[in-house]
Write a protein that binds this ligand. Sequence first.
Ligand SMILES: Cc1cc2nc3c(=O)[nH]c(=O)nc-3n(C[C@H](O)[C@H](O)[C@H](O)COP(=O)(O)O)c2cc1C
Length: 301
Amino acid sequence: MTASGTSGHGDGTAVLRKSSRILSSLGAFVTKGVTLEPREGNPEFRIVETRTGIINSIGLQNNGVEVFVKRELPDFLNADLPIIVNIAANTVEEFGRLASYLSDNDLSQLIKGIEINVSCPNIKKGGLAFGIDPRQVERIVRTVKKNIDSRIIVITKLTPNITDITLPARGAIEGGSDALSMINTLRAMAIDIATGKPYLGNRTGGLSGPAIKPVGVFMVYECFEKIPECRSREVPIIGIGGISTWEDVLEYIMAGATAVGIGTAWFVNQDVFNEIYKGIEKYVIKNNTTIGDLIGKAHEA
Ligand SMILES: Cc1cc2nc3c(=O)[nH]c(=O)nc-3n(C[C@H](O)[C@H](O)[C@H](O)COP(=O)(O)O)c2cc1C
């Protein structure tokens, strides 16, 4: 699936629709983060390139949930792809109102899942402060679940900016999360040595791309290893972070992921979804195996 924030809200599907090859390689489309009220995002510059990835501080720029439902969600009407809406909020109560708005509108049948972002490093309120507190994560997930139709699945997106990711993961599961996704970006900074100042308007941002893949793989491994609901796949894990090749995907699957999301690589290679799909297909046929058999293989004694 796409990783939230890297393929737009509804506008991104225009690109996807142009290419049936991309569409047929995707399992789901995850939107950029949607909030209750519109947000302008952070001051420029908002993205800086590093040797092994990018640092972004977009700050959840979006038009707010009302405009999303009225003007952006209709873009998905003919997409023929499960749509997962990524959401963010400043308070638990706001998460509840946002979820209820998404669940109860004329187009809500288009929404297959809600991904709760409790892990944005680029906003002042909420964001990381939620994501590192297991009890807050639990409260948010419980509130979202309470406010939506039970047919909509809930995914909790976790932050890597924590020593032990299994703690908020357990909080999410206790709150009723149907799946977990990990990881969001890692807090980072780049300095322009000509001016002596940080490049980004927000000074700090979140690192994504190849540099963070080993961190993501480790965190998926940890949750699969230590949390029985993850190991049994009752609460499946969506592996995200630095994936650019089919070999990267296999690492995530062997660590314990059931599905994967791809973001930064899609900025540099429009064929990435298709290439990865084909690469995995070839691997599975050549080795006479299935993805199901490979999930969590790295944990076998
Ligand atoms: C420009 C940009 C915007 C992002 N916006 C969001 C967002 O709105 N919500 C969210 O949960 N994650 C957001 N992310 C994080 C990605 O979904 C993903 O977790 C992260 O980039 C790691 O994956 P990657 O290395 O494949 O890009 C954003 C990432 C980037 C690069």
